[in-house]
Design a protein around this ligand. Structure first.
Ligand code: HEM
Length: 179
């Protein structure tokens, strides 16, 4: 997992819960990196999982809810750093249906070692999109937060139903209807 995901995560934890919480979750986790991340480095996904699980224990907020809020913050980071990918689109359905064949393809050119999910388009109309998310990292709520923000970016909203196809959450159907 790319370092920018860690540095932005710890920054948000500091803003929301304070520097003591950052120290606490780092100390509670067994981290090969020892919690020292650079934006361009690459680290094990298991480090993110431990940080999330420890934050969840300390705050009584589920890891899904933490990932949802984190994604909303991360969207702003993506918009600032990769604005050229956003101007390409004039509506949210086109953007979301292009994660797989355009957006994440560009991400892989910048970070060849990025660990990305797949988003297969199962159905697409002007106002509706059904996506099949597949990833061993089961970060579906991170996806949900990014999707919510994508609609907000185009000054609209959507109803998004998330259907887990297995217990692990490594395969999830997103049924997206623009309001
Ligand atoms: C992960 C970039 C848009 C869904 C990532 C990562 C990067 C990235 C750098 C981390 C990869 C790693 O740590 O190895 C971008 C950029 C975008 C974009 C630059 C737009 C310009 C989106 C959108 C979604 C999305 C709109 C909406 C669903 C995800 C998910 C992950 C991810 C769910 C977590 C990894 C996983 O589930 O396996 N993306 N992304 N991305 N992205 Fe994107």
């Amino acid at each position: 997992m790319k370092g920018i995901v860690f540095t932005e995560f710890l920054e948000l934890v500091e803003t929301k819960f304070g520097l003591e919480m950052v120290d606490k979750i780092i100390n509670q986790s067994k981290l090969e990196s020892q919690g020292a991340y650079t934006a361009v480095g690459t680290y094990q996904f298991s480090e993110m999982l431990q940080l999330l699980q420890n934050l969840s224990k300390n705050t009584n907020i589920s890891t899904d809810d933490l990932l949802l809020v984190y994604a909303e913050h991360f969207f702003e980071v993506l918009k600032t750093n990769y604005s050229q990918l956003f101007i390409y689109y004039n509506n949210p359905i086109d953007l979301l249906s292009s994660i797989e064949n355009h957006i994440h393809v560009e991400v892989l050119k910048i970070y060849p070692d990025a660990e990305l999910p797949t988003f297969e388009v199962l159905k697409k109309t002007k106002k509706k999109l059904i996506l099949l998310y597949t990833s061993s990292r089961a970060m579906h709520h991170f996806g949900l937060g990014l999707m919510n923000k994508t609609f907000e970016h185009f000054n609209t909203t959507a109803t998004i139903v998330l259907e887990k196809l297995n217990d692990e959450g490594t395969e999830v159907k997103f049924i997206i209807s623009q309001n």
